[in-house]
Design a protein around this ligand. Structure first.
Ligand code: GAL
Ligand code: CA
Length: 359
């Protein structure tokens, strides 16, 4: 770097190549509009949106697809009045690493942060840093508990309602089971099932499982749980867990409920690896509608999935980021309780999958 920028700053690519200025003062000004109801004249809004985006783990399939949408939406905000820069960090699962990365982003002059917490129960250090420098935070996908979000006015959350996704998965599975008597392969009137779960402690893991199972029962499906494996959202881990589960239960498994598409695909991989024939396969259900998930639905490998609206989440985050930095339009962001934006899930089956893939 010849322009004397530090490492952290050099990662910031300005679309206009203009010099960064004002740093924390600009960020502080951005928040003043909400915090200062005291009638003093407000400082000018900054001429740039400098967003710092921190991921818990960028190799997570859903989040890497969300990241593409978010960058697109943030850069779309740019116009002749202000420039937009986006810097992305990956904590590789460690909250300590993410705390340091957030500090770097603030030091580099970011005036809004989007944080996908590594540990959703431990945001205190990040919140303290942000408050100290008056840089608002939009948490996303990994929801902090309400008490943490209440710690300061500059904290927001964009995501989706875990229970809704579980209920939809349960409804999709109930409908499939009612429509196809072959799913109950041993004809005992019950559905023998296995659950593949995301990370323990994640709002989308336990709640999705519970509400999917409850919904199946409410729809009159008799269930017998054979096993439950934790695979941390990950396709390879799900394949491993599923190989073990298959070795314990052989061809008794009739239904696999996975907390996300990657784990459903990992379960399918396990059966493929073991050369199971199609008639001995269970039915698989996922959540997310990732590219690979949608493809599997189109090919009828995955019975159905539930679309986790990454485009909607990214658009909501970009709109909120702009409103916070530019000090206008906050009323139009659809914030609930001044803090939350939840985007709805949607059911995806073979019948409507083309409207999600654009095919
Ligand atoms: C969930 C998503 C998973 C995983 C997880 C990471 O909402 O369904 O696939 O991305 O977030 O926090
Ligand atoms: Ca059965």
């Amino acid at each position: 770097m010849h322009d004397g920028r530090t490492g952290a700053e050099s990662a910031v690519v300005s679309a206009f190549g203009r010099k960064k200025k004002n740093r924390h003062m600009a960020a502080a000004a951005a928040l003043a509009v909400f915090f200062c109801a005291c009638g003093r004249p407000l400082p000018e809004p900054p001429d740039r949106i400098q967003a710092g985006v921190a991921y818990y783990n960028q190799s997570d399939t859903f989040l890497s697809e969300l990241n593409d949408c978010l960058k697109e939406q943030l850069y779309k905000l740019e116009n002749k009045h202000f420039e937009v820069t986006v810097t992305t960090k990956d904590a590789a699962g460690l909250q300590r690493t993410q705390d340091d990365q957030v500090k770097e982003l603030i030091d580099a002059g970011c005036n809004v942060l989007c944080v996908n917490l590594a540990d959703r129960s431990d945001p205190s250090e990040i919140i303290d840093l942000a408050r100290e420098h008056q840089v608002p935070i939009i948490f996303f996908n990994r929801e902090p508990v309400a008490e943490d979000l209440m710690q300061w006015e500059g904290l927001f959350y964009v995501g989706a309602d875990a229970q809704q996704s579980g209920v939809m998965q349960g409804e999709l599975a109930a409908k499939a089971i009612q429509a196809d008597s072959q799913i109950d392969r041993n004809k005992d009137g019950k559905i023998q099932y296995v659950v593949l779960e995301g990370e323990p402690g994640h709002q989308d893991a336990i709640i999705r499982t519970e509400s999917a199972v409850d919904t199946l029962k409410k729809n009159g499906i008799e269930l017998e749980k054979l096993s439950c494996g934790i695979a941390n959202w990950n396709r390879a881990q799900a394949q491993n867990r599923m190989m073990q589960i298959i070795s314990e239960h052989q061809n008794r498994i009739e239904l696999v409920l996975a907390n996300n598409d990657d784990m459903a695909l990992g379960a399918i991989d396990a059966y493929q690896k073991l050369n199971y024939t199609e008639t001995a396969l269970p039915v698989f259900f996922g959540i997310d509608g990732t590219d690979a998930g949608l493809e599997a639905v189109a090919e009828s490998k995955l019975a159905a999935t539930v679309y986790n609206d990454k485009e909607g989440q990214a658009a909501a985050m970009a709109k909120l980021a702009a409103a916070l930095v530019l000090q206008k339009g906050l009323e139009e962001t659809g914030l609930v309780d001044g803090k939350y934006i939840y985007l709805p899930y949607e059911k995806v089956t073979r019948d409507n999958v083309s409207s999600f893939t654009g095919a």
